[in-house]
Structures are given as structure tokens and as C-alpha cells.
Design a binder for this molecule. Sequence first.
Ligand code: CDT
Length: 324
Amino acid sequence: MTRSITVGAAQLGPIAKADSREDVIARLLVLLHDAAAAGCDLVVFPELALTTFFPRWYTEDLSAHDDYYETSMPGPATQPLFDAAKRLGIGFAIGYAELTEPDAAGVRHRFNTTILVERDGSVVGKYRKVHMPGHEEDEPWRPFQHLERRYFEESNEGFDVYRAFDGIVGMATCNDRRWPETYREMGLQGAELIMIGYNTPIHYAPDPGQNALQGFHNHLCMQAGAYQNGTFVVGVAKGGNEEGVESLAQSCIIAPSGQIIALATTTADELLVARCDLDTCKNFKETLFDFARYRRPELYQRITSQKGVIEPPLEDSPTTGDQS
Ligand code: CDT
């Protein structure tokens, strides 16, 4: 018997600043019902799927943006999504802005969070974004801001995986997909399906030369992550022109071979579906990427002990000094 699950990538088009949670949930419900009709066991929605991408606007006072955050999940507005998923027997993953209850010191924390919900409506796990891109302060030279580092804390919780949906599954969020450590952390726990939502502006202000490569880089990193760890990867965008900012779509489902097996054709709300036989992961996990046999962790110490680049001293460089 194979461990085959049908997975839906529920890409979203833009969410306007003026759209209410109810407006958005109505769109998510359409995609959820489409997924049920397509026989999906699991549907993946994007990062910050309930609101516009608010880190593009600066506010002096963080709490001025509190309406964009969820204080409970499910909450009153999101309960219909949980109810419908349970009724339809579909699991889902969804990204949202999380505002916690006060901790012991009375501090409320803000995270860029994704939760995974089982077919019976129970929450399987929560992932809080680790790699936080962008900047903390207003940078008026940019055509729009990317203030994730102002509005969200970097999570210190790392990359857990869960036994769910007949396999071992994990989550990551947007910028996490560019870092090989994200996949390897989960690969080392046997991940067979990694779900990644993203909001990626096409314009990259620090180096606009990369704009034309956004689609290439998006697939490059997720395909490499899938192949090098023998796992399916589901990459799901909120794309299109949102409040004047063009964002990448190109949602996809990637097999452990690294091949794209489903690809979005629009920049709007769109459901992609692929049947994922989780048993095919072992074709890679037990051959070229048999970690236990081939990895050399004793030689990888810099990866966890060092953060930035430390170049060799100039005097040690073979390109300096007398080469004769
Ligand atoms: N949401 C998110 O993480 N977006 C980033 C944009 C980086 S540019 C500041 C991404 O890696 O796609």
C-alpha cells in the first residue's frame, strides 16, 4: 500500500488594504471547496493569507497595525474556515500574523506564523518564521517598505516536523525557503512534505538587478531543497498587484526528484493539485542522499558555530606574495 496524499496549493491573488477578514475567508472557502472537489487531503494557503502584506507600510507605533494580527486561531473570523475544513475532511496550513497573550513580563509578542490543521480540525503544529528579511526602520528611498523586521520577532523555536497526513511534514515561511539550512533541519528529521507560503515583491530595492530573476530564484531554492532532502515541497504565493506592489506568483508543487509537478498559470486565486506518493521520498533518502551513510557533520562545524563570513587572512592567500 502506498502512502499517497493529494495536496492542493491554494495560491491567492492580492488582498487589498480595505478587504475585511470576512472578504478573505470567503475566497479561502471557495478554494477549500474546490480542493475538496478535487479530492485533496491537504490544502496549503500562503504566508499572511488573511490580510494585505502590511509590512510594506511604516508606522511609528507598532500597535497601530494590531488589526492585522490574530490573537487566537481559530478566532471569530477564521472559525468558518476551520468548520468547513472539518466538514469536508480536509487538512490545511495557513500563514497569519500572530499577536500572543502577554508573557510573564507582560510583553505581547508578534510572529509571522503558520499553523497546520488536521482533517478533524485539530491543530497539528505551529511554525513561527525564523529568517526575517527586510529592515526595522523607515527607509524612504525605497518605493515601498519591507518592514518584517519591525513587525515580527525572529522565532527561536526552529523547524519541527510532525507525523501527520500519513507522513512526516513540516512548515517554513517565505524567506526561509532561500536558506538551505531550513530544508536540511527538516530533512534530518525525515521530512517528506514541506509547506512554504510566500509574499515576494518582484522589485528588490537593494539590488533591482535581481528583479528579473525572482521567478528563477524562487524555483531554484525550493527545487534544490526538495531534491537534496528527498522531500516534496509545496510553495504557495500571494501574488499579483497588491496595493501597487507587484508580487511573484508561480506557486508550485515539487517532487523529491526536484521536478515541478504542478505550476500556477495565473497571478490570482488558483488551486493547483498534485498526488504526492510519500513513499517515493525514499528513492532519494536511501540512495544519493542517504544522510547516515554519506554526510560528514564533523566537517560542517562552521554552519552552526559561525553566523557571518570570516575570510582567511590576506597573508594566507595564495594570490598574494611572491608566486615565482
Ligand atoms: N515575505 C518574505 O519573506 N519576502 C521575502 C522578500 C525579501 S526582500 C526584502 C522573500 O524572501 O521572498
